[in-house]
Design a protein around this ligand. Structure first.
Ligand SMILES: [Zn+2]
Length: 107
């Protein structure tokens, strides 16, 4: 097998992704479109830079110059680290989970 196909974050942590997608949809139309891409994010493993509970969702070495928080029910749910390309399209490079939930190590 030479393929390095990664699992989707949504397949590894379905509960987490469901909560984040729900939070993004509650934030309004702009974030709702972000929610669609969030469900397709691939999971590259735990983050070596920020430590647990940060999850890497872009190939290692992808720059992440921007950050944004997502809240659910008034609590900070997660911090996204973002890469912004030439067309101002944002992609999520890291997801730092900040609500204190237990994340099972990936199988
Ligand atoms: Zn990280």
């Amino acid at each position: 097998m030479t393929t390095d196909r990664r699992p989707r974050l949504a397949d590894v942590y379905p509960g987490l992704v469901a909560d984040i997608v729900r939070a993004l949809r509650l934030e309004g139309p702009k974030s709702a479109s972000f929610a669609e891409t969030f469900q397709e994010l691939l999971f590259y493993g735990p983050c070596p830079d920020h430590g647990p509970p940060c999850l890497v969702t872009a190939p290692p070495g992808t720059p992440c110059p921007a950050m944004t928080e997502v809240e659910l029910d008034g609590e900070t749910l997660a911090m996204f680290h973002l890469d912004v390309d030439d067309t101002a399209k944002m992609s999520i490079t890291h997801v730092e989970v900040l609500d204190g939930r237990e994340l099972d190590p990936p199988a």
